[in-house]
Design a protein around this ligand. Structure first.
Ligand code: OKP
Ligand code: ZN
Length: 345
């Protein structure tokens, strides 16, 4: 890709409004790692990268509703206000989870204080008054970046938060509200087959679910083995999709302390699958929580490893949409991003 053309980086400051004071980890309140300063750290990393900032353009709900149940969209938009009216505290975290194992497990119920447990799967995704605006902003960032590709840009970077890949058709969780990458991918399938390469440390269970039965979108992920890593229940190597989507889901589960060499070997094999898929567009779910210093991830990648990852992805030589997912080491995020981009371009 051309180094001299500035990289379009799509941003939206509404992300700052999602800033919960705590989440629950193993039942204990802890300060969230997924915080607004992540975007500042990533933007600082762009200092020496030729780029231009593009403000996100508001989009209508069509692309969002092509991925998500209208009930989930309405809950993210309105659920916190209803919860507050019903006497709930400023931080909305479920205390009771709807389960399909209950005889009537499919019903959402009507109580505003029960609603978060109807749509959310964990206790680490607190919702505050500004979260809906941030969730909307993240989708607008991803869709604006997708528009740039549709208009002929060879590459665009959607610098969004909160992340999206754990959010599914009718659920949210894992720090994710709407599935930004899935919404962008769905909006690009008119232009031909799409491949999503997920290099966040965590398995993107939400993205996998969105495209599980889909033959237009390949979902390929390398991640910490769910035998030890969140989201625990998905991302095993035998999950390959179903029906028309059988074979267009690829999962590579990796052990603790995976280093550059092991990771690059696995990535090269996954890229061969992508090459064979011959996508018109390649989308990367871009996480930096695979870094050795990351406080949440368990891999041991180095800064130069991200350069090599970038080069490996660039060799696929496709129009490329980068969508930000995780990465929580505020001191390393900027350098890891710059290193990755130096490999891409
Ligand atoms: C979001 B993304 C482990 C709790 C894990 C959620 C992690 C979400 C990661 N005890 N909590 O994929 O970076
Ligand atoms: Zn992650």
């Amino acid at each position: 890709m051309d180094r001299r053309t500035p990289l379009p980086v799509v941003v939206d400051d509404r992300h700052r409004r999602h800033d919960p004071p705590y989440e629950l980890n193993a039942g204990q309140p802890v300060r969230p790692w997924e915080r607004p300063e992540r975007i500042d750290a990533l933007r600082a990393g762009l200092a020496d990268v030729p780029h231009r900032l593009v403000q996100a353009v508001p989009h209508d709900d069509a692309a969002l509703l092509a991925v998500h149940d209208p009930g989930l969209v309405a809950f993210i938009d309105e659920g916190h206000a209803r919860w507050r009216e019903a006497g709930g505290p400023a931080v909305m975290i479920p205390d009771t989870f709807r389960s399909p194992r209950w005889a009537s497990g499919a019903r959402h119920g009507t109580a505003p204080l029960g609603a978060p447990g109807s749509w959310c799967f964990d206790t680490a995704t607190p919702v505050v008054a500004g979260s809906a605006a941030a969730a909307r902003a993240a989708v607008d960032v991803a869709l604006t970046a997708a528009d740039l590709l549709r208009d002929g840009a060879p590459i665009a970077y959607a610098l969004c938060r909160p992340p999206g890949h754990h959010s599914g058709p009718d659920y949210y969780g894992g720090f994710c509200l709407f599935n930004n990458v899935a919404v962008a991918a769905r909006s690009l399938t008119d232009g031909g087959r799409v491949a999503i390469l997920d290099i966040d440390f965590h398995h993107g269970n939400g993205t996998q679910d969105v495209f599980w039965r889909d033959s237009d979108v390949l979902y390929a992920s390398l991640h910490g083995d769910p035998g030890y890593a969140f989201p625990y229940f998905t991302g095993f190597g035998d999950e390959v999709g179903e029906g028309p989507g059988r074979g267009s889901t690829v999962n590579v589960a990796l052990g603790r302390d995976t280093d550059d060499e092991v990771y690059l070997r696995a990535l090269t094999a996954v890229c061969e699958r992508i090459e064979a898929w011959a996508p018109a567009t390649l989308i990367v779910s871009l996480g930096f929580d695979t870094a050795a210093a990351d406080p949440i991830g368990a891999f041991a990648l180095s800064t130069s490893g991200f350069h090599r990852i970038g080069r490996t992805i660039a060799a696929l030589d496709r129009p490329l949409l980068l969508v930000q997912e995780g990465g929580y080491d505020l001191d390393g995020l900027g350098t890891d991003l710059a290193s990755f981009l130096s490999g891409i371009r």
